[in-house]
Design a protein around this ligand. Structure first.
Ligand code: SIN
Length: 488
């Protein structure tokens, strides 16, 4: 079915290099499929090493002028881009749902969420301050300025095709960097539509370049080309480690937003209604396909029965279906591999003693749809305790003491987001400080917004996106030592 858009010109089939929409050197294309029904949404030129190199050269060429552009002008360009993203919210959301599958209401929310980063960094662009530091020697002055890192390679995932790109592009451009982006091959169309609006907003040619196609060739070129000074990646820990290794030979800076295994702890003293609400948001957003989605629900013995029955009731009310249908809360998973993996985790848990309280199998809506599932009596020997689920499955684990909950929560190599519910102020401080995570939701399941620093510890990565800290990853500090101050 053809996508009906107010602006059909936003649906691109070519890559963007130096302000030009280009075909790839070969005539090969990537087919973009709708995960809800397998229909073709569009095609995009399939690039490799040569096109990526040209994109990097274009970014390098555009860098001098863009970094010299006054901050107020860069800010105004970002602000115009924000306005266009919001004006075209319906089309951007329709493209996003078609290529990624999430319900249209969530897609519309993602456009606003992504645009929020553009707005935020339009403002921050004007506040890239330096420092004057008192020197130990009276004859000198120590002055620090912040300068753009240079050309940045941005590699983004399919789960938030708009917001993850916005979260990298906006601070990079605000800081005066130029970029080469590689969106996920499953969902490239959102990225090109955003870039078309960036051009309309007045962002000069070569500042944003986008290539999609041969992932390993593009990744290798971005991570090895000496002109690229930084790589920012959102995706799996496995791929993040490879990119860090590849970046080592040219000592590039890296920002890595990698996998999670979020615990969601409910203590006996929690407000159970609020905890159920928080669990629904943090678990079932994007059909469970976010790095910050609750992965393990750890529930204290005293309220375990009540919590699980209230959660099960809510989960049973979730409607599964194509994202364009009314009231759908759970869309398809991105592809067959993803849905098969989630179903195999459910099977593993059940064969090791878990009980199915809701769902548990493929949904009748179609091949890549998984029923929203609640599993009780889960234990730490199950895959579901260790692996990132990336699907609509809520496994319930029990604990009896605060110490036990903290130890279970921290028993993982990763540390992106975690959540806990308690009304005891002392416990809130103790537990928040003891959890080895970059983000802690306390009596709250929705933690993502442009004003907050998003990022993890341990194998969940390095760097922070969003907030006033988000610019740090895209700027270098230059120290200027000024001498001869006291001589007349
Ligand atoms: C992610 O899954 O990587 C991002 C989720 C978010 O921004 O909330």
């Amino acid at each position: 079915m053809t996508l009906k858009l107010n602006r059909p010109d936003l649906l691109k089939s070519k890559c963007l290099i130096d302000g030009q929409w280009i075909d790839a050197d070969s005539s090969e294309e990537i087919q973009v499929l709708n995960p809800a029904n397998g229909e073709t949404v569009g095609h995009i030129a399939k690039c490799g090493t040569a096109e990526t190199r040209r994109a990097i050269e274009a970014a390098e060429h555009a860098l001098l002028a863009w970094q010299a552009t006054p901050a107020a002008t860069r800010s105004a360009c970002l602000r115009s881009w924000y306005n266009l993203l919001i004006e075209n919210q319906d089309d951007l959301a329709a493209i996003l749902t078609a290529e990624m599958g999430k319900p249209l209401a969530e897609a519309r929310g993602e456009i606003v969420y992504g645009a929020g980063y553009v707005e935020w960094f339009a403002e921050e662009a004007k506040r890239i301050y330096g420092d004057v530091i008192p020197a130990p020697d009276g004859d000198k002055r120590i002055v620090c300025i912040r300068q753009p890192v240079g050309v940045v390679g941005c590699i983004t995932p399919w789960n938030f095709p708009n917001a993850m790109l916005a979260r990298k592009l906006a601070p990079a451009l605000a800081a005066g960097c130029t970029v080469v982006c590689k969106p996920a091959n499953e969902t490239p169309l959102s990225a090109y539509a955003m870039a078309a609006l960036a051009i309309e907003a007045g962002i000069p040619a070569g500042v944003i370049n986008i290539v999609s196609g041969n992932t390993s060739e593009i990744g290798a070129e971005i991570t090895s080309h000496p002109a690229v000074r930084k790589v920012s990646f959102t995706g799996s820990t496995e791929v993040g480690k490879i990119l860090i290794q590849q970046c080592a030979s040219t000592v590039k800076r890296t920002s890595m937003e990698l996998g999670g295994n979020a615990p969601f702890i409910v203590f006996d003293d929690a407000d159970i209604d609020a905890a159920v609400e928080g669990a629904m948001i943090s678990k079932f957003r994007n059909a469970g396909q976010t790095c910050v989605c609750t992965n393990r629900l750890l529930v204290q013995d005293g309220i375990a029965e009540e919590f699980s029955s209230r959660l099960t009731e809510r989960v049973n009310s979730l409607k599964v279906g194509e994202g364009t249908q009314a009231d759908v809360a759970i869309g398809p998973l991105i592809n067959d591999k993803a849905s098969n993996n989630v179903l195999s985790m459910i099977d593993d848990a059940v064969s090791n003693g878990a009980k199915v309280l809701a769902g548990g199998k493929q949904a009748s809506a179609g091949e890549r749809f998984v029923e929203p599932t609640v599993l009780s009596e889960c234990t730490s020997n199950m895959r579901i305790f260790k692996d990132e689920i990336f699907g609509p499955v809520a496994p319930l684990f029990r604990f009896s003491t605060e110490e036990e909950a903290i130890s279970m929560a921290n028993d993982t190599e990763v540390g992106l987001a975690c959540y806990f519910y308690s009304r005891d102020v002392g416990r809130i401080w103790r537990v928040a400080e003891a959890l080895e995570y970059g983000i802690v939701g306390i009596n709250e399941g929705a933690i993502s917004n442009p004003a907050a620093p998003f990022g993890g510890v341990k194998e969940s990565g390095q760097g922070r996106e969003g907030s006033k800290y988000g610019l740090d990853d895209y700027t270098e500090i230059k120290y200027m030592c000024m001498g001869g101050i006291s001589s007349t």
